[in-house]
Design a protein around this ligand. Structure first.
Ligand code: SF4
Length: 261
């Protein structure tokens, strides 16, 4: 069974490899489509400064958000940096990193993804940034904070740090930032983004490469019938949930009535 390993799935796969090889449901809804269209439009604006969306209404919403938030594109992503860099990391024990997905898509020995931005800070240290436009859930128990916070140390961003540092042959500390500019709720869209920072040493990234290879081995074992499923809160986000016999039941969230669509 061909398994496509995308960097964006790593946060779930690191918790449970079963999500890679159990049958998945098509997870397409109108709301998901709108979120994806918004994400594509904002990433295109980040790279070019051009507003080009699926329709005039969505473009107008972005124009309004740019004005209301005062977001400054070039101070967040300075000129000279590289946008939307394809990366592919081979994880079957033969280490290799490529800057293209050509001849790789569908080959489960590789994890593929797209790094949003990379450049160098003033001290010449490498920097990568990931722009997220996912929803902000106000936490009623801790007003002003996000109930499901973005994770700047997520496996996805760590893979980009590993890949870009390898591609540019860089061996110093890699700075990683995550820029969260939520599409919803509207008041957050109309506010400046929040940027989170972390960093990794070369040794940490090498250790992480070994974790990716271990993940690949778990997936191959699962495909061979040696299932090792790890249910938990993350089952909520798993596309294989409907057919998984150990999936953790989803309790109605006590915060549901605070969520805004
Ligand atoms: S539903 Fe949960 S236990 Fe089942 S494959 Fe997905 S993450 Fe793993």
């Amino acid at each position: 069974m061909p398994v496509e390993l995308r960097a964006s799935r790593l946060p779930l796969l690191m918790r449970c490899a079963g999500a890679a090889y159990l049958e998945t449901a098509q997870d397409s809804t109108a709301e998901l489509d709108r979120a994806n269209e918004w994400g594509h439009m904002v990433h295109h604006w980040k790279e070019t400064g051009e507003i080009r969306g699926p329709n005039k209404r969505t473009e107008s919403a972005l124009r309004k958000a740019l004005n209301a938030s005062g977001i400054d594109r070039l101070s967040l992503w300075p000129s000279g940096g590289r946008h939307e860099q394809a990366v592919a990391v081979r994880v079957d024990g033969n280490r290799e990193v490529r800057s293209s997905h050509d001849e790789i898509l569908g080959d489960s020995r590789w994890i593929t993804g797209t790094d949003d931005f990379d450049w160098y800070l003033l001290d010449d240290s490498l920097w990568i940034d990931d722009l997220k436009t996912g929803k902000w859930y106000d936490d009623p128990e801790d007003p002003g904070t996000n109930r499901f916070p973005q994770d700047v140390r997520s496996p996805q961003l760590r893979l980009y740090a590993l890949a870009i540092a390898t591609l540019v042959n860089y061996r110093g500390r890699v700075n990683v930032s995550l820029t969260h500019w939520p599409r919803l709720p509207v008041e957050r869209r109309h506010s400046p983004p929040v940027r989170y920072w972390t960093s990794y040493t070369t040794e940490e990234l090498n250790d992480y490469y070994a974790e990716l290879e271990a993940l690949y081995a778990r997936i191959q074992a699962g495909i061979g019938g040696n299932l090792s499923l790890s249910p938990g809160d993350h089952c909520r986000f798993c596309p294989a949930r409907a057919g998984c016999f150990v999936a953790q039941p989803i309790e109605p969230s006590p915060f549901q009535h605070y969520r805004r669509n």
